[in-house]
Design a protein around this ligand. Structure first.
Ligand code: UDP
Length: 503
C-alpha cells in the first residue's frame, strides 16, 4: 500500500483486556470468582481462571458452558507441588481436608505456585492486563510485580467485615483483646467496640475480626495483609444498595479503588448451570425441585452450613430434632462426611420417616442457588458464609444466623443489626472447621429461631419485607444501569484503555 492509503486504513482495534483470575482453592472462594470470570467474558473481556489439576477437573462444566456460549474463557492448570510437609497426597482443595492441621500445609503448597504462575504470565503475548487474585493468595503478588501487571485483590467478605478488620488492625484492637485474654481477665467474651465504624459494632476476642487469627497462622496473615496493601484495588462481591456506607468507608480506609460487582450469583439465570454450581448438585436437582414444587410459597426453611463446616453426630442430632420440633417444612443439607457414620445414617433415615412429606434431607452437595431461588423457600438457616448470606438476600430470603468461624460472626452482625434480615441462633464462640465434641446449639435454640423466622408476627413480616426489598435492589444492581453493572463496565474500560495505550 502507498503511504497515503496506509494512513487511511483504520488501526486495528486493541485486543480486549485480559483478566487473569486466581481464586483460592476453596468452594466459597472459587464459586464467586468463576462467576466473575464468566461475567468478564460475557461483557467482552478475555478471562483466564488459574487453578490446579484437581480443581481444573471440577471446572470442566464451566469450561464447557463457556465454550458453548463462545466466551473467551480458559482454564489454566498449574502443576500442584508434591512432597509438601504435613500435607497428605491428593489434597488440592480446602474441602478435601480432614484435619484442622492440614490447612497451613495446604497454604504452604499453594505458595509454591508463584513460580509456575509467573512462567504462565511471561508466556502470554500480549501481557495480561490485570490479575485478580484472592486476598488469601498473596503468592500471586510477586509475579504481578515482577512483570509490571496491575493487580486487584478479590476479597470474599462484605465491606462491612473488611472495614471492621482494617480498623481493628489499624487501632491495635487485636493486641488489646489478646492482652485481655492473656491477663486472664477475660474468657474471650469481653466486649470491644470496633473503632472508626459508621455504626456501633461490638466484638469479643472469640469472635473478633480477622481470618487466620489462630496460633500458627501469623505468617500467612502477614503475607495476605502485605499483598493487600500493595495491590492496586479491591474487587468485592457486594453491592452499593446493600452496604453503601461501608463500601465508601472501606474505600477511604484502604486508600484504593473498591469495585463492587455483585451479587455475582445473579449472573446465572440458566437452571441447569445454577444447579451444578460448585460441584454436581445437578444430580440432586430434579428430586429437590419436585419436592419444593409440592410446597406452598415461602413455607420451607432451607438449612445448610456451606462447603467446609462439619458437624459431629451429637450436634447433627440437635439440628434434626430442632427442625422436627419447629413444625415447619424443612430442606436440610448434610454433608457426605457427616452422614457416613452408621449411627447417623440410621438416625437420618428414621427422621425422614417420621417427617415424611414435611422434611427432606439432601446428602452431599446441594444445588443451593437453585433452592434459594425457588418460590417455596421462605427462610434459610445459614452459617453466614458471605456467599450463602448474599445468595439468600439476593433472592429475598431472610435468615437464621449461626456463624462458625472467620468473617461469619461479623456477617451475622451485618444481617441482624444493620440489614434487619436475620434471627440469631445465639452462638458466642467459634468452632473450627471440624467441629469438636461440644454441642454449641441445642434443639430448643434451633426450633425457637426457626419459628421466629418463619412465623406470622410483625417482626417476622418486617424481616421478610426488608429481605424482599434487598432482593429487588440486588437484581437492580446487576441490570444495565445498576451500580454493579456499571462498575464492571468501568473496570473493563479502564483496563481496555491500558490495552489501547499499549497498541
Ligand atoms: N454450596 C452449594 N451447595 C452446597 C454447599 C455450598 O452450592 O451443598 C455453595 C453455596 O451456594 C455458596 C458456597 O458453596 O456459593 C459456600 O460459600 P460460603 O461463603 O457460603 O461458605 P464456605 O463454604 O466458604 O464456608
Amino acid at each position: 500500500p502507498t503511504e497515503e492509503s496506509a494512513a487511511d486504513t483504520p488501526a486495528p482495534p486493541p485486543p480486549p483486556p485480559h483478566f487473569v483470575i486466581v481464586p483460592l482453592v476453596a468452594q466459597g472462594h472459587t464459586i464467586p470468582m468463576v462467576d466473575l470470570a464468566l461475567l468478564l467474558a460475557e461483557r467482552g473481556a478475555r478471562a483466564s481462571l488459574v487453578t490446579t489439576p484437581l480443581n481444573g477437573a471440577r471446572l470442566r462444566g464451566v469450561a464447557e458452558q463457556a465454550a458453548r456460549a463462545k466466551l473467551p474463557l480458559e482454564i489454566v492448570e498449574l502443576p500442584f507441588p508434591t512432597d509438601v510437609d504435613g500435607l497428605p497426597p491428593g489434597i488440592e482443595n480446602m474441602d478435601q481436608v480432614t484435619d484442622n492441621g492440614h490447612f497451613v500445609p495446604l497454604f504452604d503448597a499453594l505458595r509454591k505456585l508463584a513460580g509456575p504462575l509467573e512462567a504462565y504470565l511471561r508466556a502470554q503475548a500480549p501481557r495480561p492486563s490485570c490479575i485478580v487474585s484472592d486476598w488469601c493468595n498473596p503468592w500471586a503478588a510477586g509475579a504481578a510485580r515482577s512483570l509490571g501487571i496491575r493487580r486487584l485483590f478479590f476479597h470474599g467478605p462484605p465491606c462491612f467485615y473488611s472495614l471492621c478488620d482494617l480498623n481493628a488492625t489499624d487501632h491495635g484492637l487485636r493486641e488489646l483483646a489478646a492482652g485481655a485474654a492473656a491477663a486472664d481477665v477475660d474468657d474471650g467474651q469481653e466486649r470491644f467496640v470496633v473503632p472508626s465504624m459508621p455504626v456501633h459494632v461490638e466484638v469479643t476476642k472469640a469472635t473478633a475480626p480477622g481470618f487466620f487469627n489462630s496460633p500458627g497462622w501469623e505468617a500467612v496473615r502477614g503475607e495476605c495483609v502485605e499483598a493487600m496493601r500493595a495491590a492496586d484495588g479491591a474487587v468485592v462481591n457486594t453491592f452499593v444498595g446493600l452496604e453503601g456506607q461501608f463500601v465508601s468507608c472501606y474505600e477511604a480506609a484502604l486508600g484504593k479503588p473498591v469495585w463492587t460487582l455483585g451479587p455475582l450469583c445473579l449472573r446465572e439465570r440458566d437452571a441447569d448451570a445454577m444447579s451444578s454450581r460448585g460441584a454436581d448438585g445437578g444430580q440432586q436437582h430434579s428430586a429437590v425441585a419436585a419436592w419444593l414444587d409440592s410446597k406452598e410459597t415461602g413455607s420451607v426453611v432451607f438449612v445448610s452450613f456451606g462447603s467446609l463446616a462439619r458437624k459431629l453426630p451429637k450436634q447433627l442430632f440437635e439440628v434434626g430434632h430442632g427442625l422436627e420440633d419447629s413444625g415447619r417444612p424443612f430442606l436440610w443439607v448434610v454433608k457426605l462426611a457427616e452422614a457416613s457414620p452408621p449411627e447417623v445414617r440410621e438416625w437420618l433415615g428414621a427422621l425422614e420417616a417420621r417427617a415424611a412429606g414435611r422434611g427432606l434431607v439432601v446428602r452431599g452437595w446441594a444445588p443451593q442457588l437453585a433452592i434459594l431461588s425457588h418460590r417455596a423457600v421462605g427462610g434459610f438457616v445459614t452459617h453466614c458464609g458471605w456467599n450463602s448470606l448474599l445468595e439468600s438476600v439476593a433472592h429475598g430470603v431472610p435468615v437464621v444466623t449461626w456463624p462458625h468461624f472467620a468473617d461469619q460472626f461479623l456477617n451475622e452482625r451485618l444481617a441482624v443489626d444493620v440489614l434487619g434480615v436475620g434471627v440469631p441462633i445465639g452462638v458466642t464462640a467459634p468452632v473450627m472447621v471440624f467441629d469438636d465434641e461440644s454441642v454449641v446449639v441445642a434443639r430448643g435454640d434451633v426450633a425457637r429461631a426457626v419459628s421466629a423466622l418463619m412465623g406470622e408476627g410483625k417482626e417476622a413480616g418486617e424481616r421478610r419485607r426488608r429481605a424482599r426489598e434487598y432482593g429487588e435492589k440486588a437484581h437492580g444492581a446487576m441490570e444495565k444501569g445498576g451500580s454493579s453493572y456499571e462498575n464492571l463496565t468501568q473496570l473493563i474500560e479502564s483496563f481496555g484503555q491500558v490495552e489501547a495505550r499499549k497498541g
